[in-house]
Design a protein around this ligand. Sequence first.
Ligand code: GLA
Length: 391
Amino acid sequence: MMVEREQALRVHRQRFGQAGRVFAAPARVNLIGEHTDYTGGFVMPMAIDFQTVAVVSAREDGRAVFYSANYDEEAGFEIASLARAPGGSWSDYPAGVLWSLGKEGIVVSGFNMSLTGDVPLGAGLSSSASVEVATAMALLGHAAVELPLEKVATLCRRAENEYVGAKSGIMDQFAVAGCVANRAMLLDCRSLEYELLPLPDQVRVVICNSMVKHAVATGEYGDRSAEVEAGQAVLRRERPGVKLLRDATLDDLEVCRGMMSAASFKRCRHIIKENERVMKARVALMEGDMERFGGLMVEAHASFRDDFAASCEEVDLLVAIAMQQAECFGARITGGGFGGCTVNVVRAEEADRFVAALRREYAAKTGIDADCFVCTPSDGAFALAKKGGAL
Ligand code: GLA
């Protein structure tokens, strides 16, 4: 599933006729804690074994040239006069990171960068954060600047929020940068403090792509976050001590019920309960109680579907089929919603059987051939860089 270092270097050499330095960032899957990040809540992602590999080398004319191997396209920018100008294409993400580094006062000299990757697009596995963080690591390497994890994650988020124009939270960039092999990350999205929690040997994390495309940059994600923000604004105004939705209880929400739309009420109820579920899931994981962990995933899915109204028929079907399999502890939608993937926690020795059953039954009911992956909890970009550059 991973792009080989040699292959990435070959792509770069063919394109630019130069050797280069190699940096990489993985994709991520979120185990639990959905749509909690942009109101300062809790999430539990892990990095997975798909990657974006960025190879960077110098050029002398002060230009930034990005080449995407997947799209077989090049995009060039004048670094000194780079302005916010998203064009709605893949190059917005790396260009946004370059722009965001500039906002940080980091001067990058001319470069060629090739991007090679195998992260499924529009599947809710953070292909965009993977590109952003790989680009950031490569540009920081090129500029010989070291930044801490929080800084890299926040500047990549800014690229996505302010350059690309997608209103995402911090989870994806932070996870893709900071996760560590064989661990899930429990992240407090307000303080950016995190814990790395071991996943028990007896389980595997299986990702199943409904093949229904989702895109954070288009409307629906923004609609939901606007509904959440409207509810949060009421709580902040009415309830002392509530700065972010993260601070609110269900009682607070109930008191404010009549002051917000029915939609905002439900979206906020999902988030308040989801934060509680993440904390319970943390305890379940630490105690190795996967039945309990799986039960929380199932509750999280129902809440995402009913209160957050961001699932879809195909994804609900995948979850229902998964939960009929004896080896499955829990299943739920993962990522922004409106399609994309489910995440399933299953008994390790039955993972292959699980995948076969899920694909068979999903195809029988929908005619869709779903991609499924038994994932390895992987290193984030920082751990990869520490181990000698990349890969
Ligand atoms: C997308 C966003 C994240 C997060 C999730 C939902 O992946 O990029 O910031 O909000 O959706 O949990």
